[in-house]
Ligand binder design. Sequence first.
Ligand code: GAL
Length: 340
Amino acid sequence: MTRSVKKRLGLMLCLIVMVFTVSGCGHKGRSNNDTIKIGVCVYDQYDTFLTQLINSFDAEVENDVLVEYVYASQNQSTQNDQVQSMIEKGVDVLCVNLVDRTAPTTIIDLARKNDVPIIFFNRELVEEDLMQWSKLYYVGADAYESGTLQGEIAAKECKKNMDKIDANGDGVIQYVVLEGEAGHQDSIVRTEYSVNTMIEKGVSVEKVGYAIANWNRSQAQTKMAQLIEKNGNEIELVLANNDDMALGAVDAYGAAGYPAERRPAIFGIDGTDIGLNAVADGTILGTVYNDKEGQAKAMYGIAVALAKGESVDGFGLTDGKYIRLPYTIVDSSNVDEFLK
Ligand code: GAL
């Protein structure tokens, strides 16, 4: 083989490897020796809030950083395999949104064995698990705060418009709760704190039903349709653990032929684009903004610092481990500030 043929073959091989690395694996950015590699593992690809959180994260990514995103279709053993394969590919740091927040040990063991730090996000593992290794962190928000704030908006609306919301005029608000996944910290805590806050604020309430709808709009529509079937006009208020389920409730009332003025007061949490628009047009009365941009920025900043072997002290981590971004109430009075 002549020298020029060898050189051309070498160049072709190099190009093939580059194409595989940059586009074949779904990576973002360029690959060279200085490139930071971040692996991001998400519990499911069909979750509205997480899709927007990941979009915000992606918007942070700079040119010399390569990010691979994988989705586990709600299966923890799939996610364990994805983590293993990311580590084998040589990621510097992992961001993990656990499928089962009570089962992080396989992932933690893999990461520790290979010295790859992990930033867990959104689905909060228990403190003992986060303490298993010094290079584990959590970025999210305070579930108690979201429940409390939802209860505050609901109580405020009830006081302002009691005549309208208390449709049967008995002085008590008959309500239902649409819950997220069973066992998820946000479902458990939001459900409890939103209702307790309404009571603390002096609203008399009576629970007439609840349903688990796994954060999902169409599941919420189906479950809400059953609740309407069973309770008819009795339901005066709906507390949904997130915006998608609040909108599922709206869909159910639409499908059941209820005109806007005969529907209950409906409240969500998240402030997703679709949730904010629903507040703006009055379809739902309020939501609680879950600061995806702040969470994405914190995750990205910490991930890059860890990948470079730098200190993360400047990020204001609580107990050296936690970042929790604050929630904010959104109703008709301030929704415009949140809409882009
Ligand atoms: C919650 C969010 C839900 C859903 C869930 C997934 O914080 O409010 O909409 O995205 O996380 O873990």
